[in-house]
Design a protein around this ligand. Structure first.
Ligand SMILES: Cc1cc2nc3c(=O)[nH]c(=O)nc-3n(C[C@H](O)[C@H](O)[C@H](O)COP(=O)(O)O)c2cc1C
Length: 585
């Protein structure tokens, strides 16, 4: 039986309650002090999946390679967070090029001896890059004569035409959206992560989706564009729209799992009526979007990424099936109901040295491989970084602040922080509650001996508490699978999800969204760290239940989903850096 038939059978098979399956998957993919989640044991290097998907036979349109000063020019990094500061760029091949350059493109090649590997603007667990991106877009001069579905080919920085869309079907699909709107779809080649990480890989794919959503949202913002997940759509609709359910195009190729669909549109945030109107737009595509009389005309066959077939993990089939979103909801977002954002205070100016441009910060983003164990950050910078992960609402514009306007659900992730070296703060364990109404809930679920002391100098709207003083460097490293970077930075953290209650409330498909929210927090912090002159690293490897024990959680109401660390980096001088595109790479 081929991979597709197995997936279809897994989806159709009656059996366990999907919620129970998701909870069991989560439980069984935890790392413990005594043993790690099930993985392949040893790495079969000869069978490593290619990180670059191509569609053989699909026509390829190169996106122009832009230099830093070319139009559209990058705004200042701080302006990303100043509503109304960035005028909307026109839709063109150049602006699409920037959108990808700042989100999913190659940002550099690294070389050690004879070995070369690509890094991208978005990070990825193990640098394996499972996330693929697609665009459904109308006519763009120099790229496409009419509406079409394109796959983004990152190695070539080009768009591959997967399907021509009939003009009238395209117009009908976008009815009600502002002019110039287009769709971006993300899908994961789960095998790219299971090759290395086995059963825990499904979690990492979801983290990576969260990072990709964040990187595209922030890249869109550099162009003055808005973006919103059409999160009410069913996964079957998404797979059909992206063409990743087409057996005839994936005969020998590794499958892609549909992740999410987002609408992006050019919008002048201060004057555009669409800003208010978006609060009333439905968040889904109708399931019959492709049942139209005029269907797309497909081209291209997905390439095979590995020499051998993917290794099979039954547990992965089960979680794919259990977290598959079958429902279509016609909800609309209601930002106006949310809480205001953090008040940075009267004398708030750019806290970061040199006032970097957004493009500079995005292009230089890297994961730190090691920290110096001495660099500290100021309290002001620490609070600024944390304010950026607070999903407040911009009252005048009736919308969430960047990038939290992309997620149409209320935040369910809070941060447990191990503060090592922040000037003016005692080292210890802290908690940032991203939704202030959850303080009592978290207080009731954590150890009764925690102090919950409010912090002097903490900006209004940042619900941050000291739980316990103490040197947490060794503990933080030990909890993150013994990785020194969690203890040698200025601070590290665990992202604590309101776990089982969220799954019961939304449904088991929300499991994937929990990781997306965590990945988005990580993406914001990666860029904040670069802007502040330090560096970050996402940490997917941590010992789950020992983290819960430190905090006092004794059931699945709260679970740590992702760790993160920020500090002064130590560069690896043995590595050579090469440009992302052009003759030298
Ligand atoms: C979800 C996720 C989990 C990660 N986990 C770890 C980790 O446990 N340890 C580590 O050193 N790096 C970790 N990283 C960093 C990746 O190794 C890094 O993003 C990748 O090598 C690409 O390098 P770059 O971020 O510099 O582009 C993680 C990154 C992501 C996105």
């Amino acid at each position: 039986m081929n991979e597709r038939a197995k997936l279809a059978r897994a989806r159709a098979a009656p059996g366990r309650d999907p919620l129970e399956t998701v909870l069991r998957y989560h439980q069984e993919t935890k790392h413990h002090f005594s043993h790690f989640a099930r993985g392949p044991g040893r790495l079969d290097w000869a069978n490593q999946p290619d990180p670059f998907r191509r569609y053989e036979g699909a026509s390829l349109s190169a996106l122009p390679l832009l230099k830093p000063g070319d139009i559209p020019a990058s705004p200042a990094y701080e302006d990303l967070y100043n509503p109304g500061a960035i005028a909307s760029a026109c839709m063109s091949a150049s602006s699409l090029s920037r959108l990808f350059e700042y989100s999913l493109a190659i940002s550099a090649w690294k070389q050690a001896g004879d070995v070369r590997w690509a890094l991208r603007s978005n990070p990825s667990s193990g640098n394996l890059h499972p996330t693929e991106a697609y665009l459904l877009i109308g006519h763009v001069a120099g790229l496409s004569a009419g509406p079409g579905l394109f796959h983004y080919a990152a190695k070539e920085h080009a768009l591959e035409l997967r399907a021509r869309w009939p003009e009238d079907s395209f117009r009908r699909l976008f009815q009600g959206w502002p002019p110039g709107a287009f769709l971006l779809g993300l899908a994961s080649v789960i095998w790219r992560e299971t090759w290395k990480y086995g059963e825990r890989a499904f979690r990492y794919c979801q983290h990576d989706v969260g990072h990709a959503i964040g990187s595209v949202r922030i890249a869109a913002r550099t162009l003055g564009w808005r973006m919103l997940l059409l999160d009410g759509s069913a996964d079957d609709t998404l797979a059909a729209l992206l063409g990743i359910d087409r057996a005839e195009d994936f005969e020998e190729a590794e499958l892609e799992h549909p992740d999410c669909l987002a609408v992006i549109w050019p919008a002048d945030e201060t004057t555009d009526p669409a800003t208010a109107a978006v609060n009333r737009l439905p968040l889904s595509l109708a399931p019959d979007v492709l049942c139209d009389a005029a269907r797309p005309i497909w081209s291209g066959k997905a390439n095979r990424l590995s020499r051998d077939k993917p290794m099979h993990w039954e547990m992965l089939d089960q979680v794919v099936r259990a977290s598959w979103k079958s429902s279509t909801e016609e909800r609309a977002v209601e930002w106006s109901q949310g809480r205001p954002g953090v008040d940075p205070g009267r004398d708030a100016t750019c806290p970061y040295p040199g006032e970097p441009s957004a493009g500079q910060v995005i292009r230089q983003r890297r994961s730190a491989l090691a920290f110096d164990g001495t660099t500290s950050i100021s309290q002001g910078i620490f609070f600024t970084m944390l304010a950026r992960v607070m999903p407040g609402v911009e009252r005048e514009l009736c919308q969430r602040v960047l990038p939290w306007d992309v997620l149409p659900w209320d935040p369910v992730i809070h941060l447990a922080l191990f503060v090592h070296r922040v000037d003016g703060l005692v080292p210890g364990l802290y908690l940032l509650v991203r939704d202030p109404t959850r303080v009592a809930l978290l207080r009731g679920a954590t150890h009764p001996h925690f102090a919950w002391t409010s912090l002097a100098g903490c900006p209004d709207g940042l619900p941050m508490f000291l739980l316990q003083m103490g040197d947490a460097r060794a503990l933080a490293a030990e909890l993150s699978c013994g990785q020194d970077i969690a203890g040698t930075g200025a601070f590290s953290l665990g992202m604590i999800a309101e776990f089982e209650p969220s799954l019961r409330w939304h449904g088991p498909w929300f499991y994937r969204r929990l990781f997306w929210e965590a990945g988005l927090i990580g993406q914001v912090l990666y860029l904040e760290a670069e802007a502040a002159g330090v560096r970050a690293t996402g940490i997917g490897c941590f010992f789950d239940d020992p983290v819960h024990q430190v905090l006092g959680f004794d059931d699945a109401r709260f679970q740590s989903l992702y760790h993160f660390t920020i500090g002064g980096p130590v560069e690896d001088s043995r590595l050579t850096t090469l440009p992302p595109y052009g003759p030298d790479c």
